[in-house]
Ligand binder design. Structure first.
Ligand SMILES: [Zn+2]
Length: 281
């Protein structure tokens, strides 16, 4: 997933920077970005900008301005809008991004938070937003209080006011049980986030089948049957095997093992799946 594109050094540096910004914003959870905009004299325009961008950080005559796209179904305090503001703050707080913009070396760019692709700049801004809205120490404490599983992701998403998808990407990094998250999105390729322990043990490439192509009885397929209109569906759980979900793990491999598949429908966004491995793998 996206954050693993960055070196550990760079990611840790951005995480520290974001955590300091969250403290400056008042140190409360959920983090409130707006007072930080005020104290840095960054002006702010939420609005409906069609499909032009999710957000933009603009520099003009020494002043910074953030535009945040709030389409029909969105609102200024939504988890999506919060992540967008966090992303643009990343462009402001990361020295290289801010200096490039202020010097005129690079123009303002439209940010799309779901489409960072291979752009290091966008991945860095998303990483900042993640650690700004889920400061590492607070997030770790909150993870420790939860029973490992998908319910923990849903609870943390609500505590930190961040989408379940963004929460899941961070959760796999901190969960005490080895795990991987996968998101099946309608009309888009699924994404997978794999915890450091699993990556180290060679479970580093997840198979990403279409959710409809999964065998009957798989938790993700059962969750998919939940109507999208119902919003957050019920959490479904079923036993599964590592060899099904991970490339290069044959059924006969000693690395194959029984795992737990949990899945939930996130309304029209798709199905979020968590694969939990045995503790102490
Ligand atoms: Zn951006």
């Amino acid at each position: 997933m996206a954050y693993t594109q960055l070196s550990v050094t760079r990611r840790c540096w951005i995480a520290d920077l974001a955590e300091a910004a969250a403290t400056e914003a008042g140190g409360v959870i959920p983090v409130q970005p707006l007072p930080l905009l005020d104290s840095h004299e960054i002006t702010f325009s939420p609005g409906d900008f069609g499909n032009a961008f999710d957000g933009v950080l603009e520099h003009r005559s020494g002043r910074f301005h953030i535009y945040c796209n709030i389409r029909d179904t969105d609102y200024p305090g939504s988890t999506r809008a919060r992540f967008t503001v966090g992303h643009e703050l990343g462009h402001y707080f990361i020295d290289e991004h801010r200096n490039a913009l202020a010097s005129g070396r690079v123009p303002s760019h439209p940010s799309f938070i779901d489409k960072s692709g291979n752009s290091v700049i966008e991945t860095e801004a998303n990483t900042f937003s993640s650690y700004f809205l889920m400061p590492q120490q607070d997030f770790r404490r909150a993870v420790a209080k939860e029973k490992p599983g998908l319910k923990a992701i849903i609870n943390l998403s609500s505590t930190f006011s961040v989408s379940a998808q963004a929460t899941a990407i961070r959760y796999v990094e901190e969960c005490p049980v080895p795990c991987a998250a996968m998101m099946f999105r309608p009309g888009k390729r699924p994404w997978a986030a794999i915890c450091p322990t699993l990556r180290k043990l060679g479970y580093d490439y997840a198979n990403a089948p279409e959710v409809t192509a999964l065998p009957n009885g798989f938790a993700s397929k059962v969750a998919h049957a939940d109507p999208a209109e119902s919003g957050l569906g019920a959490i479904v759980e079923a036993p599964s095997t590592a060899s099904f979900w991970f490339a290069n793990v044959a059924a006969s491999s000693p690395r194959n093992c029984v795992i737990t598949e949990q899945a939930v429908r996130l309304g029209t966004h798709g199905i979020l799946t968590l694969l939990l491995f045995p503790r102490g793998l």
